[in-house]
Write a protein that binds this ligand. Structure first.
Ligand SMILES: CC(C)(COP(=O)(O)OP(=O)(O)OC[C@H]1O[C@@H](n2cnc3c(N)ncnc32)[C@H](O)[C@@H]1OP(=O)(O)O)[C@@H](O)C(=O)NCCC(=O)NCCS
Length: 187
């Protein structure tokens, strides 16, 4: 299976492979408690000044290079080529791939992540022919849960994983090619 990151285009977005040049934009938008509070303790807080640059250089790009993840930055056509979010698919030795996503706060509640997820899931399930993906969120994260529920996720249980805001009850979901196909047929 090829794990290259293709450019994906939707009505309002272009998803393109992340590069080190995206570090300043990622630093600007990701360094935000309203984003990081929803993430696991793997993400440092306070966020270091070189957090984006070192994470992209030392974690993201090597993982992409090894074929263990696909990582897109999200750009909004009306807003130019600036990275305003990230969506990824990671295998990293796990049996099933996981997805992560975040969007810059000024762009929330406009349907952008749903649009990005649609393009990402079309690619994962229909082009790469992946059968099943696991996705998670801290139970207080209504936005992330809603994006999942709208896009084929079925609840499979909870697990304990400490998150930055303090809680640890983490919801687990699976999204299958079958559930996604059913949603795309209705669209
Ligand atoms: C979660 C996140 C990606 C949502 O992105 P978004 O572009 O605002 O989501 P959308 O506009 O596509 O919204 C999809 C649905 O979720 C709902 N939604 C979005 N944010 C919400 C929130 N904070 N509370 C409740 N519902 C929310 C929308 O109303 C929409 O539902 P609807 O179509 O029924 O009205 C964004 O809020 C974010 O980056 N949060 C911080 C990082 C994060 O939590 N990442 C995920 C970790 S698991």
């Amino acid at each position: 299976m090829s794990m290259e990151t293709p450019v994906l285009e939707t009505d309002r977005l272009i998803l393109r492979p992340i590069t080190l040049d995206d570090a300043p934009a990622v630093q600007k938008y990701f360094n935000n408690w309203n984003i990081i509070k929803n993430l696991s303790l793997a993400v440092p807080w306070p966020y270091p000044d070189d957090g984006a640059e070192s994470f992209i250089r030392d974690n993201v790009l090597p993982s992409v290079e090894k074929g263990e993840s696909i990582v897109w930055v999200i750009t909004v056509k009306d807003h130019g080529d600036e990275a305003v979010g990230v969506i990824d698919y990671r295998v990293d030795g796990r049996e099933e791939g996981n997805r992560g996503f975040w969007l810059a706060e000024p762009f929330w509640r406009q349907g952008y992540m749903t649009e990005a997820v649609t393009a990402m899931q079309d690619y994962i399930f229909f082009d790469l022919d992946i059968e099943r993906m696991i996705v998670m969120n801290i139970h207080t994260n209504e936005g992330s849960r809603r994006v999942k529920q709208k896009n084929g996720a079925q609840f499979i249980g909870t697990k304990e994983l400490e998150h930055r805001e303090g809680g640890s009850k983490t919801e687990m979901w699976e999204i299958t090619r079958e559930s996604w196909t059913a949603i795309r047929k209705k669209a």
